[in-house]
Design a binder for this molecule. Sequence first.
Ligand code: B12
Length: 301
Amino acid sequence: MATETHSLMEQMFKALRAGDEAQAVTLVGEALRRGVGALELSEGVIAPALARVGAEWAEGRLSVAHEHWATQTCVRCVHGFRSEVVRATPLGLRAVVACLPGEAHDLGGRIFSELLYLQGWEVHFLGANTPAEDLLAYVDPQRAPMAPVKPVDLLVLAGKGLAEASGRRELASLLAAVQGLAPRPAVLVGGQVATWVEAQGADGQAVSFSEGLRFACQVSEERAERTSLPEHLAGIGKRLHQLRRQRGWSQAALAEASQLDRTYISALERGKQNPTLGALVRVAEALGCSLSDVVLGPQGH
Ligand code: B12
């Protein structure tokens, strides 16, 4: 897989270099359909390809306009994740992802928001350069109607941290102010800003998406309400439906391949059937995916 990721990254860079949006979007979409994970594409393909665009810009070989276009094309690719990846069962937890004041690099926060969404979080992504006072008001349950998301379980402060001088002060005072919120969200500082000493005042620091997702997973284990049986069945049904449609199969085709009755498949997809483990294994095998893809979705990876 490492070789495939590297080759995808090379192709992505070529597409970005050539100004070929269709090629970039197709590349990512097809990789997702082949089963390359959204996390792997983000860390191993999109970010390094864009870093190469940045290097060419720094050397004067690409214009600022071309670099802006490449970033927007990556945003389009990332927005394609939702239609290709089967989302995990909603956790009933809310995250707010924002960049610090002065921070213009919001792509990392945007990608992380999409990865959280796929893992079942409800996510509010606020984007670049969020004024600290407004961000606090947005997540403070006492400040209705300024705080539309209640309660916030996870606050993610993301960025590259190039606006260091003011950014460090803002981060320290934001982290201090969040301590006073009740209920208080868990706070993760993500991206390069996580290396600042001030970030140690947060509950979690993550330079990479993988570390960030591990932290979010811990938070969800501590805070998520137990998923009820009907919610599990509805989630399994949704995922089966999406996996079947991605393969262009009818319910009858899946029934035949898994040696189950078509009405059983139909009830499963509607979340109306409590399946045996044996039936789930047969359906997963017929679809060519793992049991955890069907039962848990991407959070199982
Ligand atoms: C796109 C871009 C911009 C865009 C940002 C648009 C946007 N909407 O995001 C714009 C044009 C606004 C911009 C502006 C600037 N940029 Co710029 N930019 C880049 C570029 C090309 C890509 C950055 C990016 O988004 N990468 C994609 C993300 C996903 O990858 P990543 O940043 O490597 O992050 C990884 C991890 O940190 C982690 N991660 C990232 N975010 C998060 C968030 C969370 C929550 C978690 C858990 C993890 C995580 O995941 C990624 C994958 O592993 C880089 C090149 C590079 N080498 O990074 C230059 C780069 C960062 N920029 C640079 C510069 C100099 C600037 C400007 C100062 C230019 C100027 N003179 O105005 C300004 C600063 C603006 C500011 N105040 O912030 C330099 C920084 C050099 C330095 N270290 O000092 C770079 C390295 C370009 C270069 N080669 O010189 N930039």
